[in-house]
Design a protein around this ligand. Sequence first.
Ligand code: ADP
Length: 443
Amino acid sequence: MTIKLKIALYNTLLVSIIVCLVLAFMMSNSNIVINATTKNQLQFIVHENAEEIEWERGKIELDDVNFYENHITTLIYSYDGYLIEGFIPNIDAFVVPLSHGVVNEISIDGVSYFIYDYFVSHSRYDGVYVRGIVSVVEIFDSFETLFLITMYSLPIFIILAGLGSYFISKKLMKPLEKIIMTAQDISNGNELDRRIDLGSGNDEMHYLATTFDIMFEKLEKSFVLEKQFSTDVSHELRTPTAVILAECEFNLKDTSLDEKIDALKSIQYQAQKMQQLINALLNLIRLDNGIQKMHFEEIDLTELIAIVCEEHEMLLSENQKLIFEDNETIICKVDYAMFVRVLSNLIDNGFKYGKDDSFVKISLKKIEEDKILITIEDNGIGISEEHLDNIFNRFYQVDSSRTSKKNSMGLGLCMVKQIVKLHNGSITVTSKENVGTTFSIVL
Ligand code: ADP
């Protein structure tokens, strides 16, 4: 059974139960309620009529008195008990003596009546009594008629409640159907770019749809990245394996010793490339999955950068310069080995993509009480605007023909970004083609 139908059924059942309870309550308490309201009504009408009585030169005026209203009969008596005006069948049966301000109940031939008298005095003339009489049976009869009408129309109310609930729940469930259909489309086919897109709204359904859309977006992104990753890995491994196989095939034939040595060197180079790639990938996967344990310790960053620079300086050629002006001591909680990797990568890149006379300049400073900024600036070939957003992606190389000679894999910056992220920091890049590039790390 669908939720729509369930809601409609439960609602109808609830409405029916409530209506039955209300009717049962009305029935069981009708006596008390009817008696109380009838007495009130009786007193009200008698008082109203009493106010309408006037005396005109000693003569009583009863033109404005209402002698029959809402089942209540009004009679006017003189102060000593003679009926002046008003009529009720078998009037002689109402033998109750006149008594001001009291509601009496009498029974005549098994029928109950309420009687209420009210004395209207006058300063100069004799006063009169206004008597109101009402038959309780009459009131009960009209109540019973009303009750029966309600009982007979009950099934119509219940059907209307059922239909109303069904249409309301159908309308409410419409967005849910859209969510289900979109999720099914995504899981059945390959329509990863499908979205629910319910539009604007503040209810739970809109929140659910927006949450799903965000989830679908993330899933699509990670799916595309995974796909790209597998394609890139197989692409990167295909060339060295092809070279190794070709070299083996060729040298298994009758070739000279020199040729065999050359082939072995080539195989060794390709195997080293593969090993580097596999190591870099493993490092990345460890960082991505949080397998790589970080060992944070308070480290003097000025000293750390100076050590890294010293190591790199030994490998530089004459026209390459590595500049680091260390000034104040800045202590920061970092993972020593990881941070050396970050700096080494960025310094390497600075020279790898440098020009003939190249320099890499490192600066370190405090920018806020608990924030430090490290910049690594070079005067190299630079990166054009369109590539800047992508250089931190796995396997991204600005120009593979330009970078292939430089032992590049497109994994360095991705790893740098991951490590900085694990230090709760951020890395950004600014660059101008043929002018240079600056990487800024904030920790
Ligand atoms: P790799 O250097 O192994 O290709 P990276 O992830 O370190 O991988 O860099 C990605 C790409 O970003 C490089 O291929 C290069 O085109 C570009 N790049 C990185 N650093 C610099 C730099 N300092 N100057 C110019 N281009 C750079």
